[in-house]
Design a protein around this ligand. Structure first.
Ligand code: FE2
Ligand code: FE2
Length: 244
């Protein structure tokens, strides 16, 4: 019970910090530029393969581990945001408007995750330096398959592991930021799977043309959202509406 109170209080504080720095809290469909920062010389995780590469020996200290995890997640989310924005353009070129909008909404969500992770790192005094996202744009079908692979890795392997480490470190802010992303990626995975299936059976037109993205946690709705975000409790009046 006490632990829950601490988590909720921390969530509230983080929410306030994020909301106060968020200029896109209206209903504009304008997509922010993807985050372009990355920590260098840190443990990184390959979003596509799930393999980790380290520039040095992995730390057993949970606090250092969590810092490495957040830097790695920051890199993954920044790359995903840029990649999905490019995938969105590709889908638009292929005349797959509904899938283009889905990619655009997910890109906005990943940007919010990257921003949250960066905020937690900076709060802990960790310097986050620029990165250049690297990815390849293929056909929309292949792009959807790639997106499903990335979301599956994050939702089933990466974030559960990072959350465990953050809990061991007693890092409440990291747990909030990681949990926001973890819960959202689970939803993205399903949305991409549905889109791929619709593409396969030629029913893309049945997919949503409107998405709502929570500016606090990146939670993504393909239907009219409830009054408050199901993950962060943010009022849906602040959600970012993505329509094109
Ligand atoms: Fe995602
Ligand atoms: Fe939210």
């Amino acid at each position: 019970m006490k632990k829950h109170t601490i988590i909720i209080s921390a969530a509230f504080l983080l929410g306030l910090a994020i909301l106060s720095s968020c200029n896109n809290s209206g209903t504009s469909a304008k997509l922010q530029e993807p985050a372009t920062t990355q920590a260098s010389n840190v443990l990184t995780a390959d979003r596509e393969t799930g393999e980790k590469e380290s520039n040095g020996p992995a730390s057993a200290d949970p606090k250092v581990k969590t810092s490495d995890d957040l830097l790695s997640a920051f890199k993954g989310e920044s790359t995903a945001s840029a990649k999905y924005a490019a995938y969105s353009k590709k889908a638009e070129q292929e005349g797959q408007r509904e899938i283009a909008i889905l990619f655009k909404a997910a890109s906005a969500a990943e940007h919010i995750h990257a921003t949250n992770h960066k905020a937690v790192l900076e709060e802990a005094g960790v310097k986050v330096t620029p990165v250049k996202p690297e990815f390849t744009v293929k056909s929309t079908k292949e792009n959807l398959e790639d997106a499903i692979k990335g979301e599956t890795y994050e939702a089933t392997t990466m974030y559960p592991e990072f959350l465990k480490n953050a809990e061991a470190a007693g890092n409440q802010l990291a747990m909030i930021s990681l949990n926001y992303a973890f819960k959202t990626e689970k939803k993205h995975k399903v949305m991409y799977e549905n889109a791929l299936s619709a593409l396969g059976n030629k029913s893309v037109k049945t997919l949503s043309m409107v998405y709502y993205v929570c500016p606090t946690c990146g939670n993504t709705y393909d239907i009219t959202p409830p009054q408050r975000c199901g993950i962060s409790m943010t009022n849906s009046e602040k959600f970012i509406k993505i329509t094109s």
